[in-house]
Ligand binder design. Sequence first.
Ligand SMILES: Cc1cc2nc3c(=O)[nH]c(=O)nc-3n(C[C@H](O)[C@H](O)[C@H](O)COP(=O)(O)O)c2cc1C
Length: 253
Amino acid sequence: MTTDRTLYLIACAAPPARRLEVPIRAAQRVGWDVCLILTPSAHRRLTEDAEDEIEALEEITGHPVRWQYKLPSQPDVLPPPDAILVAPLTNNTLAKWATAISDTLALGLITEAIGLGLKIVALLHLNDAQAAHPAVARHVDFLREAGITVLLGDGGFTPHKPKQGNVDAFPWQAGLNALYTEADQYRLGPLDPTGPIARPAAPQDVPHVARHDLSGPLGLTGAALEVGVRRMKELHLVMGSSTATFSGDRAAA
Ligand SMILES: Cc1cc2nc3c(=O)[nH]c(=O)nc-3n(C[C@H](O)[C@H](O)[C@H](O)COP(=O)(O)O)c2cc1C
């Protein structure tokens, strides 16, 4: 799988931060190069409350896990992002983000990303007592107005009763769905945003598409097209009066 799209997964100090392998592997399966950034609190938890978890995540992503600002003299060690998934997003980072506070690397990246026009999806994790604070709804509205997909409520995260959260029920899939391209969706099939993480269909289970007529505006990016071609045995692209045929990985005409 080629990885010409970079996803920054930004995780705060809430329980789903102990399951980061799940969204990382799922995003990698559809071609994202995933870089992990933690808040300092999340980094402390994964360092002091877990053994070798950071090292394992570095191994999976193939990148250093970043959690603090680099010094001006230090090089950038991560490729620039094409999209950002902030999950789990805590109440704390939400409040700071909505007010443009940037005292952590995670906040610096997500505050700046708004101005850069990057695709940003945020998946909160908080209990219903935290969520009832009147500032929370305002912060969510504010970020939504700024163009961020904040998945709270239907189709996203539903706050649980205090001390009754289920870390394995965190809807990572909803966050990933909001980032998927059409080709990713095709490959993964119907996705249940509240269900377990989707597994890509085995190649033999993907229907063989003999002819695909993309009339109208071409909505597929090069990467998405490649995913499609790799999964379909043959693709005929109809562009005006000419037809391009792709077989397997190679363009025939
Ligand atoms: C065991 C434990 C669970 C927590 N769970 C949550 C949570 O689900 N959501 C939340 O917003 N804060 C939660 N917190 C509080 C945050 O960890 C705390 O506000 C922290 O400062 C967040 O820092 P960050 O936003 O920089 O990651 C929890 C704290 C503890 C000790």
